[in-house]
Design a protein around this ligand. Structure first.
Ligand code: C5P
Length: 421
C-alpha cells in the first residue's frame, strides 16, 4: 500500500509554545507516512525545542532566522515558501495566528507564510482564555475565510493547571488532516477556485458569518475503560458543518468521539464529555448560527473511578448518575451573546412531532430538526434521513427521505434565508 503522504514535501513551521515538543513527534509521524519534512523554528519555538533535535528527526537542517546568509544564498525565504506541497504550522500560537491574519511578517516564519501560495494547515495550541478571546476568534474566522485549514485544538488537560479547549491536536490527527487537505486540493480543478494554488471559496450565502455545530455522541466515563453514551455516528452534524463551510461560513465543529473524517474547511474541536462539549461551545461563541446535532448523554456517572472496576464475584455496585448540563438550552437561554439562530435536534422513536413541539418550547431554540430514529427507519448510523422542521410557532415542514449531505445543504440554505429575513 502506498503511504498516505508518499513523495509529499512539507514545510513544518514550529511556533513557540509548550506543544512545540509534540512537533518533534509530528516530524516522525509525517516521515512515517512518506513525507519529506523541512522544519522551520520561530525564535520562541527554540525556547522549547532545539533546531538540532528537529534537524535530526527530519534528516535535513532546520531553518531559523530571517537573515541567515547561508540559507538566503542556498534557498531563500521565497524558495522556502514555494519548494513544498504544503505548509503546516504546529503549534500555531495565538501570536502566530494574529500575524498570519494581518499579514504581519517580522521574521522568517511569518515572511514565508505571507509569501507562500501553498495550502496551509494550522494546529492551534494556546491557553484556554487566549483561544476563547474575541481577537483569536476574529483571527480564526479570517484565516478560515482565507482558505487556511485548521485542525484542533482539542479539549483536555493542558500543561497549565486547567483543562479546556486549547490543547494541540495529536500529531497523528495533524498528519491525517494534512493528507486529507492534500487529497482535496489535488482533486480541485486547476485554475478554478484557486488563487495561486491556495484554495479560495467564492463568497457563498454565509460568507462572513460564523457557524457553530455540535456533532457525535459524548462519552461519560464510568472508569478508564468504560463509558455511557448515546448512539450517534456524527454523520448529520458533520454534513451540516461541511455544507455551512461550503456556503462560505467560518465553521467550528465541536465533535464527540466519531469514526468519520473531519469535514473539509472546518475548525474541528474534539471533546469527550458533555461538560467538555459545553466548554468548547462557549469558547467558540459568538456565532450567527448554532446547530446542536450532538447526541449528548443526558446523565453521567456521579463519580468516575480512577482505575478499572474489577469483577470480584459480588453483584456490581449500582451506578449513581447525575444530570449533564443541557448545552442547547444553556446557549438558547443566553441573553447577550445568544446566536441569532439556535437550532436543536430531536431524535424520537414515537410521536415525533408532538415531542418536538414540546421540546422547542422547553429548550428555547428557534428551530427543531426532528427525525424518527425508531429501529425500522435505519437513520442511526445510516446515510439517509427523513426530517421534519418545526418552527417556534409550531408549524411543521416534512422533507422527503434524503441523503444526510443533502439534508445538510438544505438546512444551510434555510439558515441563510432566515438570517437574511
Ligand atoms: O433533550 P434531548 O436530548 O432530546 O434534546 C435533543 C437536543 O438537545 C439536541 O439538539 C441535542 O444536541 C441537545 N442537547 C444538548 N445537551 C444535552 C442534551 C441534549 O445540547 N445535555
Amino acid at each position: 500500500m502506498t503511504k498516505p503522504l508518499a513523495d509529499r514535501r512539507v514545510l513544518l513551521i514550529v511556533g513557540g509554545g509548550i506543544a512545540a515538543y509534540k512537533a518533534l513527534d509530528l516530524i516522525r509521524r509525517l516521515r512515517e507516512r512518506g513525507a519529506a519534512v523541512r522544519p522551520l523554528l520561530t525564535r520562541s519555538a527554540q525556547e522549547f525545542v532545539t533546531p538540532l533535535a528537529a534537524a535530526a528527526l527530519a534528516g535535513v537542517p532546520a531553518h531559523t532566522d530571517l537573515f541567515d546568509r547561508a540559507d538566503e544564498a542556498e534557498i531563500g525565504h521565497i524558495g522556502l515558501a514555494r519548494e513544498a506541497d504544503a505548509v503546516v504550522v504546529a503549534p500555531a500560537t495565538a501570536n502566530l495566528m494574529a500575524r498570519m491574519a494581518t499579514g504581519h511578517a517580522p521574521d522568517l516564519a511569518t515572511t514565508v507564510l505571507l509569501a507562500t501560495t501553498l495550502p496551509i494547515l494550522i494546529a492551534p495550541a494556546m491557553n484556554v482564555a487566549m483561544w476563547a478571546h474575541p481577537a483569536t476568534r476574529r483571527n480564526l474566522a479570517t484565516l478560515l475565510t482565507d482558505g487556511v485549514r485548521v485542525v484542533g485544538p482539542n479539549a483536555g488537560p493542558m500543561a497549565e493547571p486547567e483543562t479546556g479547549v486549547g490543547r494541540m491536536a495529536e500529531p497523528v490527527e495533524i498528519a491525517d488532516a494534512l493528507a486529507a487537505m492534500l487529497a482535496e486540493t489535488a482533486a480541485e480543478p486547476a485554475g478554478f477556485g484557486f488563487l495561486s494554488g491556495r484554495p479560495r471559496k467564492a463568497p457563498g450565502p454565509l460568507a462572513g458569518r460564523r457557524v457553530l455545530v455540535t456533532s457525535g455522541p459524548t462519552h461519560e466515563p464510568i472508569d478508564p475503560v468504560r463509558f455511557i453514551a448515546n448512539r450517534s455516528s456524527g454523520r448529520q452534524g458533520h454534513a451540516i458543518a461541511a455544507a455551512a463551510a461550503q456556503a462560505g461560513a467560518a465553521v467550528t465543529l465541536v465533535s464527540g468521539p466519531v469514526a468519520i473524517p473531519d469535514p473539509p474547511g472546518v475548525a474541528v474541536v474534539r471533546v469527550e464529555t458533555a461538560r467538555e462539549m459545553l466548554a468548547a461551545v462557549q469558547a467558540a461563541l459568538p456565532a450567527a448560527v448554532a446547530v446542536f446535532a450532538a447526541a449528548v448523554a443526558d446523565w453521567r456517572p456521579d463519580a468516575a473511578q480512577g482505575s478499572k472496576i474489577k469483577k470480584d464475584g459480588a453483584p456490581p455496585a449500582p451506578l449513581a448518575l447525575i444530570e449533564n448540563p443541557d448545552i442547547l438550552a444553556t446557549i438558547a437561554g443566553l441573553g447577550e451573546g445568544r446566536p441569532t439562530l439556535v437550532v436543536g435536534f430531536a431524535a424520537e422513536t414515537d410521536r415525533v412531532i408532538e415531542h418536538a413541539r414540546a421540546k422547542i418550547v422547553r429548550k428555547g431554540c428557534d428551530l427543531i430538526v426532528a427525525n424518527d430514529v425508531s429501529a425500522s427507519g435505519g437513520v442511526m448510523g445510516g446515510t439517509a434521513n427523513t426530517v421534519h422542521l418545526i418552527a417556534r410557532d409550531g408549524t411543521v415542514e416534512t422533507w422527503p427521505r434524503l441523503d444526510k449531505d443533502e439534508v445538510g445543504r438544505r438546512l444551510v440554505a434555510r439558515f441563510s434565508a432566515l438570517l437574511a429575513d
